[in-house]
Write a protein that binds this ligand. Structure first.
Ligand code: AMP
Length: 183
């Protein structure tokens, strides 16, 4: 599977999130899957990709050319994909991934999660978006979605393609059974 992971480009205060990023990177690599991500060595992104590489995994970093050439070249990945903009990056990641996973993150992560949900709602993308909800990190986001749903603003496709798991083991149990993924 090509597994896209969205996560913070900063290091969080909660060190359990750092352990989770490491566990996810390791599990993707050891399962023979490909990690597709935003291509940075910063924060949780760096922890995730560093561990996937250390475990011999294939790591595809999708980097907009608006970052300087020095930054682009300094990223540790097995494959680098250069794209013209942040929007093209999301488009590329969405097109080339079988499933999307969000670790905790900030506004950039939320933007990417929303982009996948919109694609599922409007374009019938039909690929799962899974929130790794460690320590209830995404509970307030899920509450807001419920409010929007109850008021009739969230359409069927987006809601059915969003899943929540509490551990990396649970994530892979879900992905292996998921009928939306071409295994
Ligand atoms: P944030 O959650 O705001 O820390 O943003 C992280 C997400 O946005 C990642 O999944 C990246 O794809 C993208 N992103 C934000 N900042 C950077 C950066 N400095 N380098 C690469 N990607 C970034």
């Amino acid at each position: 599977m090509n597994i896209a992971v969205f996560c913070g480009a900063s290091l969080p205060h909660n060190t359990r999130f750092v352990d989770a990023a490491r566990e996810l990177g390791r599990t993707i690599a050891e399962g023979g899957h490909t990690l597709v991500y935003g291509g940075s060595n910063l924060g949780l992104m760096g922890v995730l990709s560093g561990e996937a590489l250390r475990c011999g995994g294939r790591v595809v970093g999708v980097i907009p050319t608006l970052f300087s050439e020095d930054i682009i070249r300094s990223q540790a990945v097995t494959e680098l994909v250069r794209v013209g903009s942040m929007a093209e990056r999301k488009e590329y990641i969405i097109r080339h991934s079988d499933a999307f996973v969000a670790l905790p993150g900030g506004i950039g992560t939320l933007d990417e999660v929303s982009e996948v949900m919109v694609a599922n709602q409007l374009q019938h993308l039909g690929k799962p978006m899974v929130l790794l909800n460690f320590d209830g990190f995404y509970d307030p986001f899920l509450s807001q979605l419920r409010v929007m749903h109850d008021d009739g603003f969230v359409r069927k496709g987006a809601e059915t393609a969003l899943h929540t798991v509490a551990s990396v083991d649970e994530l892979f149990a879900f992905l292996h059974e998921c009928p939306r993924i071409d295994h």
